[in-house]
Design a binder for this molecule. Structure first.
Ligand code: ADP
Ligand code: MG
Length: 223
């Protein structure tokens, strides 16, 4: 099955409200986190050390979800620069290997494109993470780059069971997940970032695995 994913719709009023609430929740979370850190240092609280650790970790997790959610309302890349995707991939690879089976890099000779380093990193981490989660952590995920006439293509290929049609049609919907501990924000964030690059996403999925392919447009002469 091959599908082209459409650009995320402009945020609805409901989504704008949600973004406002998410933003406002941050301040009290930051305050609570700060006091937890202070309490943690008090003699009287020494016995509860492990509880403090968990509370602070959970606040950080909540903050991470809010950050991802808020990034959905951004339609532009703040720091779009000319650079080589291969260099970016090589610098991120060690981060991705940490909780993964084998990550295979097949990096072709590709020209520079315009991309936001931070955002590209988020896309790659999310796709590779999904790949390992689908295939099992002892399997391999391949990250591939190659040049085409009018684009530089980045592929992330896994050996998972493929994406069933009913799931495929919901991909990129914020909070849609089939995982017990998933947030369902990974692909929504990816699709948003890809659209903001003027890049295209194609998903090729079947019984022997799934490939996410992103086509970055070549830099125009007058850019
Ligand atoms: P999460 O990983 O938190 O569930 P995502 O937005 O990253 O959220 O993915 C949404 C859903 O899409 C996943 O729960 C899974 O069902 C499906 N999915 C994403 N990537 C793959 C993949 N490579 N193979 C199979 N299913 C996938
Ligand atoms: Mg994910």
């Amino acid at each position: 099955i091959e599908r082209e994913m459409a650009r995320l719709d402009r945020l609805s009023l409901t989504a704008q409200t949600a973004a406002g609430i998410a933003h406002e929740i941050r301040n009290p979370l930051t305050a609570v986190r700060g006091y937890l850190q202070l309490l943690q240092l008090k003699q009287e609280c020494a016995a509860a050390g492990s509880y403090f650790k968990i509370m602070i970790e959970e606040i950080d997790r909540a903050n991470g979800i809010i950050t991802e959610f808020l990034s959905l309302s951004r339609t532009q890349i703040a720091d779009l620069r000319r650079g080589n995707l291969n260099r970016a991939i090589e610098s991120i690879a060690p981060l991705m290997g940490a909780n993964a089976g084998s990550l295979i890099l097949e990096l072709g000779d590709v020209p520079d494109v315009l991309f936001g380093e931070k955002e590209f990193r988020q896309v790659l981490l999310n796709l590779v993470k999904n790949g390992f989660e689908a295939s099992g952590h002892d399997q391999k995920v391949t990250v591939r780059t190659f040049a085409e006439d009018d684009a530089v293509v980045l592929q992330v290929q896994d050996q998972g069971p493929g994406i069933p049609p009913d799931v495929l049609s919901k991909l990129g919907t914020p909070f849609f997940t089939t995982k017990d501990t998933g947030t369902g924000l990974g692909l929504a964030v990816c699709f948003n970032i890809i659209a903001a690059h003027g890049a295209e996403l194609k998903i090729d999925t079947g019984k022997s695995g799934t490939t996410f392919a992103i086509r970055f447009p070549l830099i125009q002469q007058d850019d």
